[in-house]
Design a protein around this ligand. Structure first.
Ligand SMILES: Cc1ncc(COP(=O)(O)OP(=O)(O)O)c(N)n1
Ligand SMILES: Cc1ncsc1CCOP(=O)(O)O
Length: 393
């Protein structure tokens, strides 16, 4: 209806047909901000909260799912889209790519969603994969010069040209992926009678935005097998998978990166082994450790334990004050960890401290009977908390 360049492609005369005939038939509708506003009688859409409201109002017009695209949202560093399936909201973030070559992104996104659905993907997965494709294609073609218009087209054939066989793979770390960080525990999953792979699939389905495979008991061979199986699940959903501690397993499985602690391989050595594109996270409790992680080439820090936990023995807590201190001084994005669950995640996120991008949780997701339901609950709560702290990070 309204292109990325602002051109009106469908005038007001057909708005009522859109609303009354097309939307009730649609499986998903994917308006940008201007289109959502036009469909809703010209309402103002200026914040993520406005986008959630618009998604709900559009859903009431009949489509089964709504994706309000926030690429044009003023003042946001990331591109934030709101997905609503009538039950839950999902805030899907991606890095804003500086380029004039954005012509056709909306059509491409919708076509890619349709193609993923045809392949049998669930709707949220299809949307995530499509977003990742568009983001990767924009990055790939951001500098091409073609034609004379203000906006250039982007290049859909990157996969063939770059020789890459997996465009789901992350080539650059996106800090917004730290929003809901699921850290597995094989003991907990075994206790509840499920495999790590099934648990990871359920967490992703529930809204986990990054996964870490943490298994303190497995031998290298079994750990590698589990990593490969989980990687297949994560890649098909466009969610990064990191390996706890074991750089060799990360390398052998081609996972997206590692998370290392203070007594593990130093970040600088891990970076040399893994190369520039893999993600490296480092556990930090102090400003000095955070500084060192940055110097060592880490991408993010895990800060905690914030609250006490039974998941990790002999791990002194730093509390909310310790978290704030490290976050404020950190040059890297931060994820809070330790004793975080649905009773305190809101408090952590509502603090709105600089650099804090999300929470990492083990037992609140995996020491539970229903991983899917727990992840959905925590995701909804984090969404609420981050929008009520009215931060667009
Ligand atoms: C995201 C995140 N933050 C911190 C940790 C803890 O890592 P570490 O200090 O290496 O302790 P173990 O997990 O190895 O027991 C983490 N795993 N993830
Ligand atoms: C691995 C780790 N590092 C610091 S606290 C912690 C455990 C977090 O587990 P839980 O989320 O169950 O408290």
């Amino acid at each position: 209806m309204v292109s990325t360049s602002g051109d009106v492609l469908a005038g007001p005369s057909i708005l009522s047909t859109f609303r009354e005939e097309l939307l009730p038939m649609a499986n998903i509708v994917t308006p940008n901000i201007k289109e959502a506003s036009a469909l809703l009688g010209g309402i103002r859409l200026e914040t993520v909260a406005d986008m959630r409201n618009a998604a709900e109002l559009l859903h009431a017009l009949g489509p089964r799912n709504v994706l309000v695209k926030g690429g044009d949202l003023p003042d946001s560093l990331d591109a934030v889209d709101i997905f609503f399936n009538g039950e839950h909201f999902y805030e899907l973030r991606s890095s804003r790519i500086k380029t004039r070559n954005t012509h056709g992104t909306g059509c491409t996104l919708a076509s890619c969603i349709a193609a993923e659905l045809a392949k049998g993907s669930p709707m949220l997965t299809a949307v995530r994969v499509a977003k990742r494709y568009v983001e990767t294609a924009l990055e790939y073609s951001k500098d091409i010069l073609i034609g004379n218009g203000i906006q250039g087209p982007f290049d859909h054939l990157l996969r063939l040209k770059s020789g890459s066989h997996s465009f789901h793979r992350k080539d650059a770390f996106n800090p917004s992926d730290l929003f809901l960080y699921a850290v597995t525990d094989s003991g907990m999953n075994k206790k509840w009678g499920r495999s790590t792979v099934d648990a990871v699939a359920a967490a992703i389905q529930g809204g986990a935005t990054i996964v870490q495979l943490r298994d303190k008991d497995a031998g290298t061979k079994d750990f590698l097998e589990t990593a490969k199986s989980c990687l297949a699940v994560c890649r098909s959903h466009g969610v990064p998978l990191l390996i706890n501690d074991c750089v060799d397993v990360a390398l052998a499985s081609d996972a997206d990166g590692v998370h290392v602690g203070q007594s593990d391989m130093p970040a600088t050595v891990a970076r040399t082994l893994l190369g520039p594109e893999k993600i490296i996270g480092v556990s930090c409790k102090t400003i000095e450790q955070a500084q060192q992680a940055w110097i060592g080439g880490a991408d993010y820090i895990g800060c905690g334990g914030v609250y006490s936990t039974n998941t990790k023995a002999n791990n002194p807590t730093i509390g909310l004050d310790g978290l704030k201190t490290v976050c404020s001084a950190s040059k890297l994005p931060v994820v809070a960890i330790g004793g975080i669950n649905d009773s305190n995640a809101g408090t952590v996120m509502e603090m709105g401290v600089p650099n804090l991008k999300g929470v990492a949780v083990v037992s609140a997701l995996f020491d539970r009977e229903n991983v899917l339901a727990e992840t959905k609950k925590l995701h909804a709560l984090l969404m609420e908390a981050s929008s009520s702290s009215s931060k667009i990070q």
